[in-house]
Design a protein around this ligand. Structure first.
Ligand SMILES: [Fe+2]
Ligand SMILES: [Fe+2]
Length: 358
């Protein structure tokens, strides 16, 4: 037990620098896009709203928020064993996700500077926020004698290419789901301060307002491109992105239920709440939302949870690789079937409400 206090069982690339978690379908993604298409986009029909958001970003409400106060000035050896392990994983995943936002927004700010200065400044100011978020999380990792080499991560990770339209769907959802995740933990700990095992959570209230504003920016940006929102393809893609984001989060979090338990939360209840809220929020801009109250929705997700547990068990067994693959195959197929079933649950049209107050 004493050992687990000092050094958690993580691989290090250099002393104190954690080697990044293996990339899987469930780890945070790094994105790149068609910068020319983005630069040539005509945003004039919603320029006023975008300018208003720029003014908000310039005010920089959280300029002085991300400063570590005296609460951090102590040893965290009391967080030990499994809790320490899942806690470090949480910090790493969050840091990687924030940093991935930083990289994308920074690059967009740089590439759009000449052709689309308004968007360029908006992206640059968002990258400012994400750099603070990632930096704050990396600093938290150092309380556990670890850090992430973000330069190495920049060079070594695979980048997923998405056309601008898909970048908008994906980043809009990740900002809004990020908002709901942070605020839900914050409010829970406000009511149950006995579960606040580490001071970072008390920063989440102002922090998540950054994510909320970033989400509002993508909302306004998508509304400047109504062709991305108002046809049958938009409805199919919205469905796809909502489902992938919700399913990925659910599978990740249920797998890490121990982390939520350490905060006094039930991973499933927490996720269901976050999914419900994010889905509702998405209805302000997406033409459809998912019917997450449909009884088959969580039933299918739970089947994927079971498949994933089996896949993890197979992966860590000693069987030869070809045998493992054969053993895994039926679970992959079953996951595919369940996801398709969820995809075909009739979504809820909300675009007919466009123009009304939602
Ligand atoms: Fe962020
Ligand atoms: Fe953000």
């Amino acid at each position: 037990m004493v050992d687990s206090l000092k050094k958690p069982q993580f691989e290090e690339v250099r002393p104190g620098v954690k080697s990044p978690a293996d990339e899987t379908i469930l780890t945070p993604r790094f994105y790149t896009t068609d910068f020319d298409e983005m630069a040539n986009m005509d945003i004039s029909i919603n320029e006023d709203e975008l300018r208003a958001i720029l003014e908000e970003f310039r005010i920089d409400y959280n300029r002085h928020h991300f400063v570590r106060d005296e609460q951090f000035q102590k040893s965290w050896d009391n967080i030990s064993g499994d809790t320490r392990k899942v806690f470090i994983e949480f910090l790493e995943r969050s840091c990687t996700a924030e940093f991935s936002g930083f990289l994308l927004y920074k690059e967009l700010g740089r590439r759009l500077k000449d052709k689309s200065p308004l968007l360029a400044e908006l992206f640059t100011l968002m990258s400012r926020d994400e750099a603070r978020h990632a930096g704050f999380l990396n600093k938290a990792l150092s309380d556990f004698n670890l850090s992430l080499d973000l330069g190495f991560l920049t060079k070594s990770r695979n980048y997923t290419f998405f056309k601008p339209k898909f970048i908008f769907y994906a980043t809009y959802l990740s900002e809004k789901i990020g908002y709901w995740r942070y605020i839900t933990i914050f409010r829970h700990l406000q009511q149950h301060p006995e579960h606040e095992i580490y001071p970072i959570f008390s920063y989440f209230e102002n922090w998540c307002q950054d994510e909320n504003r970033h989400g509002d920016f993508f909302d306004a940006l998508m509304k400047s491109q109504p062709q991305f929102l108002n046809d049958w393809k938009a409805r199919l893609w919205s469905r796809f992105f909502l489902l992938s984001v919700f399913a990925t989060m659910y599978l990740n979090d249920v797998q890490r239920a121990g982390f939520y338990e350490s905060l006094g939360l039930d991973a499933r209840e927490y996720d269901k709440f976050v999914i419900k809220q994010t889905n509702e929020t998405a209805g302000r801009v997406f033409p459809i939302v998912l019917d997450v109250e449909h009884p088959n929705f969580y039933q299918s997700l739970e089947k994927c949870v079971v498949n994933n547990e089996k896949l993890t068990a197979i992966a860590s067994s000693n069987a030869p690789a070809p045998i493992k693959l054969l053993q895994k195959l039926p679970h992959y197929v079953s996951n595919g079937v369940e996801l398709i079933k969820m995809y075909f649950i009739k979504p809820i049209r909300v675009d007919n409400l466009a123009g009304t107050v939602r």
